[in-house]
Structure formats: C-alpha cells, structure tokens
Design a protein. Structure first.
Length: 615
C-alpha cells in the first residue's frame, strides 16, 4: 500500500512541478537549506556556553516543529495531492491508509531539508554512544514533525465543522503564526537580559526540554552521560507519541471521509430589511450571510482579527506599547489578503452571475460593501482602543486613523481586483471536507495582496510624514481626509476594473474554476503566453523576497528614525551612525520597490511581446 501511494505521489510531483510552482519550491528549498545550515552550525559551534547552546538548539528545534505544524496555514491546508477522500470508496482500513499517506508524505523537498536540519543532533552529540542515539533520534524527529503536521490538519478538518470550531481553530492558528512572526521580541528580551551569557531561567529551560521537539536531544545528552534509562525513555517517548498520533489521525481520516460538515446558523431577519434597496444591497446582504455561514470565510476573518490583536500584544513582554495603535491596520491588511480569492471561494456558483446581463458591476460593488461592513467597524473600534491604551498623542491618532482608512479603501478594492486577475481555484463548497485550510495554494496571493495594501497607503503616509517632519499638526491631520479620498478612489477604480474583467473573461474564469477543483493554481489570463522557466523563477523570487528590504529593512527603520525611536532591534540601518542611517534605509526601500517592479513588469512586457508577435 505504501509503495503504491509513494509511486502516485512521485507521479503527481512529476506532472505539477512546472512554471512558477517549481520556482517557488526551489526558492523555498534554498531558503530551507540555509536555515538547516544555520541549525547545524549552531549545534557544532562554541559561540555560547554548553548549557546555553543546548537551550538555543532546543528553541531552534521547536521552531522547526512549529513550522511544520503552522505550514498548512500558509499553504492552503498542506500537501493534499493525495487526499483521503480519493480513497473513500476503496476497501481500506483507516490505519493502513494513514500509514501509507504518511509514508508518501516523505517524498518532497521539505522533508529532505528537515532531515538535513535534524542532523544537527548528530553534531550536538558527544561520544560514540551519543552519536548512535542521535542517528535514531534524527529519523524519529523527522517522522514526528511530519506526523504532527498531518495530525493538526486532520484535527482541523474534523473539528472545524461549526462556527465555534472555526473561530477556535482561527485562534490556535493565529497564536502559532504570531509566535513565529514575533519571535524577535523573545530574542530582544533574551539579549536585553544577557540570557545568552548567563543562561535561560531554569523554569524556561525545563519547559523547553519537555517539548517533544527536544526529546531527541534529551536522549542524546543522557546517552553521553551514560544515563541509558533516560535515553531509552526519551527515544521510546518519541516512538510512542508517533504511534499515538498515527492512531488518532487514522480515526480522524475515517470521520473526515464519512461525515459531512454541519450547517451554521447565519444572520437572520436583520439583514432581510436591507434586501429591497437595489441590486448592490441585495448582493451585500447575500455576501454578509455567506460571511456568517461559510466555515472557510469565518475561519479567515477571525484569523485576521486574532492575528492582528495578538501580534501587537506580544511586544508588551518588553513593555513596548508602540504597536497597539496599528492593530486595526494589521487586521485590515490580513483580512484583505485572506479575502483576495473572493470569487474563487464561491466555486462554479459564478455562473449565476454570468447569466445576469449587466450584473457584474453590482456583484463587485455588493461584495466590496459587504467586506467593508464586515471589517470596518471592528477595526475602527480596535484602533481607537489600542491608541487610547498606548497613550497616543494627537500625531499618533492622525497616523493611526489615516493608515486605517487608506488600508480599508485599498483592501476593499484589492479583494475583487486580485480575485478576478489572479484567481486560485479551490474545491467546490459542496465537496469540501470541512477543513478551512483547503483554500488552495494561496500563499503567493496573500503575500502579493499584503504588499499591495501597503502600497495603497503610500499617499496618506506621505502627507502624514510631511506634517510630522515639518512640525505642522494640521498637515499631519490632513492625512486623514487624504486617506479617505485615496481609499474611496482605490475602491471605485479597482471595483470598476474588476467588473470589466469579470464581464470580459467571465466564461474563462468559470472554466478555470470548473477545471481547478484540485489544488492547482491557474493564472486566469486567456491568451497570455506562459513565462519561460527562468523568467518564471525570477518573477517568483522577486515577489517572495521583495518584502524583506522594502518593509523590515526599509520603511520601518525610516519610520523609527523619523519618530526618534532609540530601539535598534534587528534593523541594519539603525546600527549605523549618521548620516548613513537614512540613506541605507532608503536604499533598502528602493531595492524592495525595484524587486517588486521587476516582478510585476516582466510578465506584462512578455505578454505584450507575445501578443505583438502573434499579430
């Protein structure tokens, strides 16, 4: 059974690893190899005392484990090239099926990279006996992280079958995402407390070594000391945990393939009062009902809210409230990014709109209105509360409101524009297993939308910065009406462009969604030539990597310099002396913009050249 599934997995990879998907996998593999090399270097170096180095290695191993657990959140439910539902009609028992799917999961770049990273345990071992135990621990560690990844997806697929379950799953996923994204806070706290010199607190170190990701290292250390009872217990614990997780996953697969997701109660008669106000209002009411009933949309929306709130609360660990006023902006950006496949989530129900002549604009405007009604009240309230708690001055209020209004307008425009220009087909709603992560490979779409939302706030940022720089409060507050104006313009223009696109290529969009019921992304550009592999790899790399110099090393350091902040954190420009700080940060920002421009212009110019050649 396992051999057959491995062969199927290899055949699927051979037919799907083309174009941008292959480029993204290669880029991810290179990045993973760099991280793996860093893990091995940490284990084998003498940069820190032995106990501290062991704690640091335990932290890194925990990050690898949580990365496997969190990965499905960013990759649309993980690797579902072999879905359990495809085997539901075969006379297979759950446990052999689970074992076969787990074995097939080892075929790929990510498991290979993780295997290389876990060889750091061998570098950590001291003595022949410890090395022998380390070899066993490396294999068990790899099986464990892959098993936990499959188990988490299985739990979500079964548990998220109600509104409450979707919300709780969003809280868990957002918490793990924030833990990884805001790990710099923990690093800063460690550096500020000289933990790298004096070691970690005993309780923290104990908890760290109790995590399953550290059991292999515990076994290695015990073998090096000759404590074979503890070594056997740690290795046996890994094996037992893997076996238990496999058994639970097998049960979950059985439930996933034999039960259907339950219906969720939506908004009731309150919305019925607004259905008689025209087509746009009727579409908005339909969308609001969908937002309250579709488990996938519920999960995405609450994930955005929890992510934004937790993301700005974590810096309170180091007693920094500076991020609280921007909670609403972060929620808006994440909500827009997770809603960027708005038409794709509906599946082939698009045909209902295509047979309604002239209804494209009303469909687009209604969806924009519903998204604003869903997002704006919550984010405005959270922004006000966060700014009050942070003790914001009038200047901070102006910045927070301006960025919020600009992001809301830009997000309302982008959710429909990206959805029709970069559609990602997903499973039909009636065919979904209940897993809210089965949203297709939307990682690139999410990253691109996040960047575009930030771009839509640039006019308001320029006005606010000019007022702050010149010391003119009125000019700073002028950013608020400027944000309202630019936000309204982005909403109007993007909506009009999306309606035109829907009217011109509606049948092609429908065909894409009908043929894209798998997890394969299709670029909806009828008649456009496919980029050559090298150009496709270059474009993918530019879009993935451009955000690093643009925001963390460019815009954020510039804002910190102009606001007079003395925190340097991990921003390179802040470690330089004047007059080099501003030029270096500006250079990073320009580099990011250049990379973004290259990634955008190449496909457009190539398509135009191909069209000209065809004529």
């Amino acid at each position: 059974m396992a051999g057959v599934l491995i062969a199927m997995r290899l055949r699927v990879l051979a037919h799907t690893l083309t174009g941008s998907r292959a480029a993204a996998m290669i880029s991810g593999g290179i990045a993973g190899l760099l991280l793996a090399a860093g893990t091995i270097a940490l284990a084998g170096s003498d940069l820190a005392p032995g106990q501290v180095r062991g704690d640091l290695l335990a932290i890194v191993l925990a990050c690898w484990m949580f990365g496997w657990i969190l990965g499905p959140v960013y990759t649309g439910g993980g690797d579902d090239s072999l879905r359990p539902e495809q085997f539901s009609l075969l006379p297979l028992r759950p446990l052999p099926l689970a074992f076969g799917l787990l074995t097939a999961g080892f075929v790929g770049i990510a498991p290979a990279v993780s295997l290389i990273a876990f060889t750091a345990l061998i570098a950590h071992a001291q003595g022949i006996a410890a090395v022998a135990v380390a070899v066993i621990a490396v294999v068990l560690q790899l099986i464990l992280v892959l098993m936990l990844s499959r188990l988490v997806v299985g739990v979500l697929a079964v548990a998220v079958r109600s509104r409450l379950g979707a919300i709780l799953a969003a809280l868990v996923n957002a918490s793990m995402a924030v833990l990884l994204n805001q790990s710099w806070v923990l690093i800063w706290a460690a550096v500020d407390s000289d933990l790298l010199t004096y070691g970690f607190p005993p309780r923290f170190s104990t908890v760290l070594h109790w995590l399953p990701s550290s059991w292999g290292m515990v076994a290695i250390d015990a073998a090096g000391r000759g404590d074979w009872l503890l070594a056997a217990a740690a290795v046996g614990g890994l094996a037992a945990l893997i076996g238990a997780a496999l058994a639970v996953w097998a049960r979950l697969l059985a439930r996933r393939t034999t039960t259907r997701a339950g219906m969720s109660a939506g908004r009731g008669s309150l919305l019925d009062r607004f259905t008689d106000g025209g087509t746009i209002r009727a579409v908005a009411v339909k969308e609001l009902r969908t937002w309250s009933r579709d488990l996938m949309r519920i999960h995405f929306f609450y994930y955005s809210v929890f992510f934004g709130v937790l993301y700005t609360l974590v810096p309170l660990i180091i007693d920094w409230r500076g991020m609280l006023p921007w909670t609403g902006v972060i929620i808006v950006a994440m909500a827009a990014a997770t809603s960027a496949n708005l038409f794709g989530l509906d599946g082939t129900a698009l045909w209902l709109n295509l047979v309604n002549p002239g209804g494209e604009l009303a469909e687009v405007r209604g969806r924009q209105l519903a998204w604003l009604l869903q997002t704006a009240p919550v984010t405005l309230l959270i922004t006000v509360v966060g700014t009050i708690v942070a003790g914001g001055d009038p200047q901070t209020w102006a910045w927070a409101l301006a960025l919020l209004f600009a992001a809301l307008g830009g997000g309302a425009g982008l959710i429909v524009l990206v959805s029709v220009f970069a559609l990602v087909p997903v499973l039909e709603p009636k065919r979904r297993s209940g897993n809210p992560l089965e949203a297709g490979p939307v990682f690139g779409q999410i990253i691109g939308t996040l960047l575009l939302v930030c771009v839509t706030t640039v006019p308001a940022v320029v006005v606010a910065w000019a007022g702050t720089r010149s010391g003119q409060p009125l000019l700073t507050w002028a950013a608020v009406p400027a944000a309202l104006a630019t936000g309204a313009w982005f909403t109007w223009w993007c909506g009009r462009a999306a309606a035109r696109r829907l009217r011109a290529t509606g049948p092609e969009l429908l065909a894409t969604m009908r043929s894209g019921g798998t997890v394969t992304a299709v670029a909806v550009r009828p008649g456009a030539a496919k980029l050559p592999p090298r150009l496709s790899a270059l474009v993918t790399t530019m879009w993935i990597a451009c955000w690093v110099p643009l925001f963390p090393q460019g815009i954020i350091p510039l804002w910190m310099i102009f606001s007079g902040s003395e925190n340097r954190l991990w921003f390179l420009a802040l470690y330089l002396d004047d007059p080099w700080r501003i030029p270096v940060a500006a250079a990073f920002m320009l580099l990011g913009l250049a990379m973004l421009t290259v990634g955008t212009v190449i496909p457009l110019r190539y398509g135009r050249l191909q069209k000209s050649a065809a004529r």
